[in-house]
Design a protein around this ligand. Structure first.
Ligand SMILES: Nc1ncnc2c1ncn2[C@@H]1O[C@H](COP(=O)(O)OP(=O)(O)OP(=O)(O)O)[C@@H](O)[C@H]1O
Length: 280
């Protein structure tokens, strides 16, 4: 990796140049955990991302917003290489984590998905017990002992704010949990891998308001230890949870900046219109 990603745009450039201003807003003062550079993505002939450049700050929450079909989910799918399972999907450009390519052919995809976990829109528990849902991955992949596995299950469920609700019924089927609990179980399953980055794709859209609030609180807490990226259609949720917001439109990343700046003083007309509810 070159070190051009780590630095702010050169101060010798004209500071009123809008590209310079946007560059500063996009590159926050936090170290970038992930750097996305000029990324294009194609589903067969359909281009879904067009020249996306974005830094994801470490141990911060980054919210991806924008109207339906603008490429938010596609970007998450790129970051943990889900597209790799589909031969007609392809990406160009670069995405780096800690300076190393996520997209190169040499990347160990199992390890990558361990380091970059993903929580989907609706809960996707495995048809097995609560305990096994969490234990399955780390026990097999890290060859954990029985006790270490049990400890990891407790640690993960505690961190996902579910332990007190399920500790007396760990052998029950996960499918018997409420939908909100199932979503926290899926978060616990992701945490059990001890990832560095967690991607959430509209994590509360299938939940009732109370369950949604619990997930929001969880996201806010997780950034103490993890880098979080989440997709949301809910502007209030973006304001409550995100430190940084990136606005997408028709596959392009139009504008990114601190949540305060993006909501109080968006620079681009399309961002203003979207925030104001004029379209989308
Ligand atoms: N499997 C696919 N095959 C072809 N085109 C796809 C596929 N999945 C998504 N697309 C297209 O790619 C574009 C981006 O889709 P994506 O799901 O990333 O948008 P999004 O912003 O997450 O939308 P939403 O907010 O509705 O979830 C859209 O035009 C969509 O129709």
């Amino acid at each position: 990796m070159t070190n051009r990603h780590a630095a702010l745009p050169s101060p010798s450039r004209n500071p009123i140049d809008p590209d310079f201003v946007q560059g500063v807003a996009n590159r926050t003062t936090h170290r970038a955990k992930i750097v996305i550079e000029d990324l294009d993505f194609f589903y067969g002939p359909t281009q879904a991302l067009d020249g996306v450049t974005l830094d994801i700050p470490e141990k911060q929450v980054t919210g991806l917003i924008g109207p339906s079909g603008c490429g938010k989910t596609t970007l998450l799918r790129v970051l943990n290489r889900l597209y790799d399972m589909y031969p007609d999907e392809r990406v160009t450009g670069e995405a780096l984590m800690d300076g190393e390519s996520i997209l190169g052919p040499e990347v160990d995809l199992n390890l990558l998905r361990w380091r970059i976990g993903m929580v989907f829109q609706g809960p996707t528990p495995f048809p097995m017990s609560i305990f096994e849902n969490i234990a399955l991955g780390p026990r097999d992949l890290e060859s954990l002992s029985r006790q270490d596995t049990a400890d990891r299950v407790e640690e993960s469920l505690t961190r996902a704010a579910l332990w007190s609700e399920v500790k007396d019924r760990l052998s029950s089927q996960a499918g018997a949990l409420s939908i909100g609990q199932q979503q926290r179980l899926c978060i616990a399953r992701t945490l059990a891998a001890r990832p560095e980055v967690i991607l959430f794709d509209e994590p509360t859209s299938a939940l009732d308001p109370i369950s949604g609030q619990k997930i929001e609180a969880l996201i806010a807490d997780l950034k103490r230890d993890f880098t979080v990226v989440f997709v949301t259609h809910n502007m209030e949720q973006a304001q409550r949870c995100a430190d940084k917001v990136a606005f997408f439109y028709l596959g392009e990343m139009i504008e990114a900046g601190s949540t305060g700046q993006m909501f109080d003083a968006p620079r681009q007309r399309r961002t203003q219109d979207y925030m104001a509810g004029t379209f989308g």
